[in-house]
Design a binder for this molecule. Sequence first.
Ligand SMILES: [Zn+2]
Length: 276
Amino acid sequence: MMENIFRCPVCRQPLNDNGKSLVCSNRHSFDKASQGYVHLLTSNKMNSKLPGDSREMVAARTAFLSLGFYHPFREGLCRIVCDNLKGKDHPVILDAGCGEGYYTSELYRTLSQCCADPVVCGFDISKFAVKAAARDKNLSLSVASCFDIPMADSSVDALTAVFSPIVPEEFARVVKPGGIMVLAVASPRHLMGLKQLLYDTPYENERRDTDYEGFRFESRTEILTEAFLKDNQSIKNLFAMTPYFWKTSVEGSARLAAAQSLYTELGFDLLLYRRI
Ligand SMILES: [Zn+2]
């Protein structure tokens, strides 16, 4: 039996993979889905029956990402991780809140060129997102939460979190001393064009405090780009992957429904930290 990269979410013991399921020494057992991922979110930690992004939201995001407007962000993220792990043997990379694996798959592809046998794993609280990510058989994937990461202490060389909940104490627990954490957050004018369509007085995103206990802040890389969307479906798909999806007025929703084109600035801040 092979030891899995993930740990038991109940007792944190190692999990052995017997082909069909993952089992710890305390006999907690987790079935593998036919797509290869494993569900490690225990029912008492789920706030709802189907937490996270719905099937429709995952489909909308997948469709929008396939247009390529976010490629510069993905490239920038992979470059930072690669520059820091170059030449390492079997580095472990964890994509926390990996969604449908847009960044995770590219991390695997890029790291395979600069490291020996990278282990790239990811988790998301949405089963539908993980199922979509599991199309890439190079990845180790589970359904889990950022608040209770099913990984051993000090087991991760690089943790990435792209617009995921930031849980500093859990991230510090799993990242090895000397390892890195890369957070992707919205830069001030990210999605300004979309916000101008939705709101009467759109505000710039605030740049927040960047200190997290257990980590030393090393650098901020701002990546700026833009998108010009030429059909209503693409505009709706972009909208569905933003937090504005949950807080838009009737008037804003009506303008969105009528919009046939949209120009918007896009910007990510990639924040690099090193575990002390
Ligand atoms: Zn257990």
